[in-house]
Design a protein around this ligand. Structure first.
Ligand code: MD3
Ligand code: FE
Length: 204
């Protein structure tokens, strides 16, 4: 399969020390904004992944649909701020002039935690790239093309890897097909954390 233009992978972008510091920062965020388990629009089936957010807008899913909202769906509180270290990394890696508005934090715990093939299409600004960081257990990421059908390419994501999805890759289908338990000792209790940074609204 041909890799879409604008896809960049940077293994070991975060040093082991930077990963440990980020996990500590995330501990503070999760204390303020606990993980919740979203459900699918319509049928209400629970996701296998738990989520929380930082930033002015958080991504949520419930029976009513997918959307961005300024408050946590369970506590009703505003989301915590995106850590400065993450905002700095967004500037370094994307060069995009406006800051991300959403830092979605996905927790994959247990062998059944996966994310099916989908596109990130709930944003108004598709010109901005998407940036992701992987922490903890190794995962198999699947990158497809502009349609749900057709070939996908398997990409292994280790703890510390950064992914930049710009250009044609921004609207590519993608998912997490597998997380390998016990492949990292970064997270107490095991599992994988993924941070996805997105611009949601069009910059004025
Ligand atoms: C490729 N998360 O939350 S991050 C998601 O590892 C999501 O939790 C996965 O897909 C995870 O929406 C993958 C990497 C990623 C994020 C956005 C993309 C890859 C992407 C947008 C376009 C193409
Ligand atoms: Fe996605």
């Amino acid at each position: 399969m041909e890799t879409p233009r604008g896809f960049r992978i940077i293994p070991e972008y975060l040093s082991p020390a930077a990963q440990a510091a980020l996990v500590e920062t995330l501990r503070g965020i999760v204390a303020q904004a606990p993980f919740f388990r979203p459900v699918m629009p319509g049928n209400g089936r629970p996701f296998s992944v738990e989520m929380t957010n930082a930033g002015p807008l958080g991504w949520v899913s419930d029976r009513a649909g997918y959307r961005y909202q300024p408050m946590h769906p369970v506590t009703g509180e505003a989301w915590p701020a995106i850590p400065d270290s993450i905002l700095d990394a967004w500037g370094d890696l994307t060069g995009y002039p406006s800051p991300p508005e959403c830092c979605l934090i996905n927790l994959y715990r247990g062998e059944k935690a996966k994310m099916g093939l989908h596109r990130d299409a709930d944003e108004e600004d598709f010109d901005a790239p998407v940036l992701s960081f992987s922490l903890g257990d190794t995962a198999t990421f699947r990158l497809g093309g502009a349609t749900r059908r057709g070939p996908t390419k398997a990409v292994t994501l280790h703890s510390g890897t950064a992914l930049i999805l710009g250009g044609d890759s921004r609207m590519a289908y993608h998912g997490i097909s597998k997380v390998m338990p016990g492949t990292s000792r970064l997270l107490t209790g095991g599992g994988r954390l993924n941070l996805t940074l997105r611009r949601v609204t069009k910059p004025v």
